[in-house]
Design a protein around this ligand. Structure first.
Ligand code: GLN
Ligand code: ZN
Length: 764
């Protein structure tokens, strides 16, 4: 018998119940009790629907009101001092840690968030120190296991493993220099012992312990910690399914196979090639191998034929009794169900599987491998064969023009006509900018009025003409404001954009959009990534109308604004049939045409945002060079088609450049803007250290809060920056776009920013 399993389920609820309930609670519109009621309903619905698809191992305990890493911190008493003693309930402490709190005399900032491996999900970083008093204050896994049991469903509880929990954490500010979070392991193991033995006592047969760190290079140095942890935990725990995902085990498999666990899960969606090696490594142990065959990261229907073949390899080595068919990772990164999509065509719908459909996939694949003759299984297998064939047929419709263009890319197309120092001269004459030029990152406040107008236009309540007139008025307002405060390089403000990726996806060939395919980004923030389904091309200009209208209003240089190829790719569901590199290059060619059109329309500077270039970095260092090569080439391809006098800008919201610095230099953007107000000046030292040669605008204030930076504060910051960077290379700008801000603070902050730059011009 081959069993089936799902590693985790989306938390939002089929109708976004959790998002709505959590936000209503924050707004003070509902009680904690009501919130918990909604949460219990959503959990029950998820368990029931996964179970109804005949999945053997149904997950519990991974549900979260905000973030699962934060759940562990709260349960283990990893609560920074600043959240203690504020007179808040445990639930409010939990939310305060996630998102900060400003109310009734309480004013605490949120904890730091970080990207969850290479996904667009963000987790709340545990803060650890010698003082951390680790103890189990709430056994969430146990409570939800019991809750499911009462509902008649036996689940396999999920917990994040002790080593990954500590490695994902960071040293608290109060920690001694040199403190390493992993040094807390001996204190954390007793907490896990208690957690796991309580689960065992409650009747849990299995527990899924997630140790995603095991699929990273860094695990190689943690053999001792892993061995110690699992040697202590195994005797008191339910059977342990040690779970890895998003990458491959590589040489770590040597010690992993020796751990005293009952099962090991590997990701065969990301790393199918590891199967034989891992299966052979566990062959002479009692370990059951869980095969992550159904992608937890993408939305394409699983090819049953291919999955069955791969599983057969494992069965040949281990026997059917030691193989489980599973999702590759938690389904957290996929939308709930295809059933709520009414606008996709029948043909398109047939290509995809969302979380619920994936639950059915694991069950069917396992049934086939178990030799089931059940009519519904045979029918599902046949239906899958038909669907996959149809999709394969569709994939043959490649766009020859696009394919030929990609094949014909030359190194020449990647490089500007002259090197940066020459361009700098040309641009200085052409743009006539003062020293320390001021600019913004692109968007201005997306007000309620703007969102309402777009909603009305989408519902047909505004005509295209009425909507465009409205947008033009917004642009004019933004331009006049920037002129009035004397900014140097202006933007049009991006009022026409619903989202920096969706906007372009809707104007390009090759994308489809969903109505309900929400995926958690962080907390109650969900995104709806577009899906790339075929070759990408640009039917016509996408932004030229707006940028040239904005330019027509002013004599100051207008900066065109585009989202970069790597970011569009990373924030979409990509195709699975061609490489990411190919998709990125197709996007780059489409953007290249837009960039050239913008220059021809009289635009003087163009910014191509690539905030996701770092997030797309592969998890294994051995894969970095290959990725960075095509990612940087894509940016260059998009931006290098212009004359020397056009100033190219790029923007990144992050600042950890240390390990990819040469690639940032190789982008060869004339100006880059980066997040710098929250991080200390360490980052600028990196630029200095490597002798970064092009222009750079380190953000002088944080746009993520409504707080207005005083003008002295901005001067201080500029002073600090100018003590590190050469005067001739510095631009002055905020950290990121202003779309989430209100006008009031935007006006005040930007005025202070301009004042700061003017002060610097006089003093440097
Ligand atoms: N140009 C975009 C904006 O200003 C950049 C957004 C981003 O970096 N995430 O909103
Ligand atoms: Zn940004």
């Amino acid at each position: 018998m081959v069993l089936s399993s799902v590693l985790g389920f989306p938390r939002i609820g089929a109708n976004r119940e959790i998002k709505k309930a959590v936000e209503a609670y924050w707004a003070g519109k509902t009680s904690a009790e009501d919130l918990q009621k909604v949460a219990a309903e959503v959990r029950k619905t998820s368990w029931t629907s996964v179970k109804n698809h005949r999945v053997d191992f149904v997950p519990s305990g991974e549900f979260s009101l905000y973030d699962h890493v934060l759940d562990h911190s709260a349960a283990f008493n990893v609560i920074p001092q600043r959240y203690v003693g504020l007179g808040l309930t445990p639930l409010d402490v939990y939310f305060a840690m996630g998102r900060g709190r400003q109310s009734e005399g309480v004013d605490v900032p949120a904890s730091e968030m970080k990207k969850w491996f290479d996904s667009n999900y963000h987790y709340v970083v545990p803060e650890l120190s010698e003082e951390t008093d680790l103890k189990l204050i709430y056994n969430k896994a146990l409570e939800e296991f019991k809750e499911a049991k009462e509902a008649g469903i036996t689940t396999r509880p999920v917990v994040l493993g002790p080593v990954s929990f500590l490695v994902l954490g960071k040293s608290a500010k109060s920690a001694q220099p040199g403190f390493r979070p992993i040094s807390l392991l001996p204190k954390l193991i007793p907490v896990y012992k208690q957690l796991l033995s309580e689960l065992k006592a409650a009747g849990a047969e299995w527990v899924q312990i997630d140790e995603p760190i095991l699929a990273l290079d860094s695990a190689a140095a943690l053999e001792k910690e892993y061995t110690a942890s699992f040697t202590e935990l195994a005797p008191v725990s339910p059977k342990i399914m040690l779970t890895t995902y998003f990458s491959r085990l590589d040489s770590n498999v040597r010690f992993i196979a020796k751990l005293p666990v009952a099962g090991l899960h590997i990701d065969l969606d990301r790393a199918p090639d590891q199967l034989t090696e891992v299966a052979n490594a566990v062959k002479n142990t009692p370990i059951v191998l869980s095969l992550g065959l159904v992608s937890g990261r993408n939305i394409w229907k699983t090819d049953f034929g291919a999955a069955i073949k791969l599983a057969q390899t494992a069965i040949d080595i281990l026997g059917a009794g030691r193989v489980i068919v599973a999702t590759s990772s938690s389904l957290l990164h996929t939308p709930v169900t295809l059933a709520s999509e009414n606008k996709l065509t029948a043909e398109q719908k047939d290509w995809f599987s969302f979380a619920l459909e994936k639950a059915e996939e694991v069950a069917v694949i396992a049934a086939v491998l178990s030799g089931s003759q059940d009519a519904s299984v045979t029918a599902a297998l046949e239906a899958n064969r038909v669907s996959i064939n149809k999709r394969r047929e569709f994939e043959k419709n490649s766009d020859d023009t696009v394919r030929k263009r990609v094949a014909a890319i030359t190194p020449d197309q990647l490089n500007r006509k002259s090197p940066f120092p020459v361009r700098k001269e040309t641009q200085a004459k052409h743009l006539n900018l003062p020293k320390f030029p001021t600019t913004t990152i692109g968007s201005f406040p997306q007000t309620k009025e703007i969102r309402q107008a777009r909603a009305k236009f989408n519902k047909g309540e505004l005509t295209k003409e009425e909507y465009e007139t409205f947008i033009k008025k917004e642009i004019e307002h933004v331009v006049r404001f920037q002129e009035s405060i004397d900014l140097d390089i202006l933007v049009h403000g991006e009022p026409e954009r619903n989202d920096m990726v969706q906007y372009f996806g809707e104007l390009l060939n090759g994308f489809v959009f969903t109505q309900n395919a929400w995926v958690q980004s962080y907390g109650s923030r969900y995104v709806r990534p577009p899906i790339i389904v075929s070759d990408v091309s640009r039917p016509g200009p996408m932004t030229v109308k707006w940028s040239s209208y904005a330019q027509s209003l002013t004599k100051k240089p207008m900066k065109g604004m585009l989202t970069g190829p790597v970011t569009i790719l990373n924030w979409s569901f990509p195709r699975a049939d061609i490489s990411r590199e190919m998709q990125s290059k197709q996007l780059a060619l489409a953007l290249r045409d837009e960039v050239i059109d913008l220059e021809n329309a009289g635009i003087h500077a163009i910014q191509v945002d690539e905030p996701a270039i770092r997030e797309g970095l592969p998890l294994r260092r051995a894969d970095w060079d290959g990725y960075l090569e095509w990612a940087v080439d894509s940016f260059k391809l998009a931006t290098a088609g212009v004359t020397d006098q056009l100033q190219t800008h790029s923007h990144f919201c992050y600042s950890d450049f240390d390990d990819i610095f040469p690639s940032i230099q190789r982008l060869d953007a004339d100006v880059i803007s980066i997040e710098a107000s929250k991080s200390d000046m360490k980052l600028l030292n990196t630029f200095k250290h490597y002798g970064y040669s092009n222009q750079i605008g380190p953000g002088v204030y944080d746009i993520h809060s409504p707080r207005v930076p005083g003008d002295q504060e901005i001067k201080d910051r500029l002073q600090a920056m100018l003590s590190i960077l050469p005067d001739s290379l510095v631009f002055v700008n905020p950290d990121c776009g202003l779309k989430t801000r209100g006008w009031k603070e935007t006006e005040a902050s930007l005025k202070n920013l301009v004042a700061g730059a003017k002060w610097a011009r006089q003093n440097y």
